[in-house]
Design a protein around this ligand. Structure first.
Ligand code: PGA
Length: 247
């Protein structure tokens, strides 16, 4: 069976003191985890997190990465810079980046390519808005988003982690039901199968108000291989409960 993966997305939260307390509590509470665990922390804290996570029990992730390798791109952070801090994963195409920073499907595809070229595993996010779901466009939207990434990355697609994050479920307390999530995950799996013979090993995470109470049911679905967790990743007890639901 594929190993599950639980990833915390701290978003723009944290401070030196709070990060230290949270990471120490996670490490102390986790023991030997049978699933993969990672936290995507804000860039200024990678150096701190790298030291605190030196045991390797929890992997370090970034929340974004540049599509460019080097040069005059003010404010951007290259994948090589991530590597220097031991970053293993980079979230790419999160709906907040698409919404507030105008990231298009094409940009998301290039960021995926840039991460892969540097040996960083991109966690590629797709998901429909509430209006798109209500208009019956969920399938069309997530397929279009994934198709752009497949088109640009070819067979390397087998090296990504995919995350289905319905936008209406992010930070709202509204979670997709396990059946709704599984339905989309199955569509995405089929799309990956058409693109690579290694589709079955690609982890497809669910994200959107995953919490200690709903994680086990979501993670029990055939095509849900883990979680991308926002709000609940900021509290050690909640995040640890999700990790243990994934064991
Ligand atoms: P949430 O965020 O768990 O707070 O809904 C998930 C995400 O945006 O990755």
């Amino acid at each position: 069976m594929k190993k599950k993966l639980i990833v915390g997305n701290w978003k723009m939260n944290g401070s030196l003191a709070a990060n230290q307390a949270l990471l120490q509590a996670l490490l102390a509470g986790m023991g030997q985890s049978a699933c993969g665990v990672a936290v995507c922390v804000p860039a200024p804290y990678w150096a701190q997190a790298q030291v605190l996570l030196a045991s390797g029990a929890i992997d370090l992730g970034a929340q974004d990465v540049s599509q460019h390798a080097v040069g005059a791109f003010t404010g951007e952070v290259s994948p090589a810079m991530l590597k220097e801090f031991g970053v293993r994963y980079a979230i790419v195409g999160h709906s907040e980046r698409r919404q507030y920073h105008g990231e298009t499907d094409a940009v998301v595809a290039l960021k995926t390519q840039s991460a892969l070229a540097a040996g960083i595993t991109p966690i590629v996010c797709v998901g429909e808005t509430l209006a798109e779901r209500e208009a019956g466009k969920t399938e069309e939207v997530v397929k279009r988003q994934l198709a752009a990434v497949v088109h640009t990355n070819g067979h390397c697609i087998s090296e990504i982690v995919l995350a289905y994050e319905p936008v209406w479920a992010i930070g709202t307390g509204l979670t997709a039901t396990p059946e709704q999530a599984q339905q989309v995950h199955a569509l995405l799996r089929a799309q990956l199968q058409a693109a690579t013979s290694h589709a079955d090993r690609i982890q497809i995470l669910y994200g959107g108000s995953m919490n200690a109470g709903n994680a086990a049911q979501l993670l029990a679905q055939t095509d849900i291989d883990g979680g991308l967790v926002g709000g609940a990743s900021l509290k050690a007890v909640d995040f640890l409960a999700i990790v243990s639901a994934a064991q």
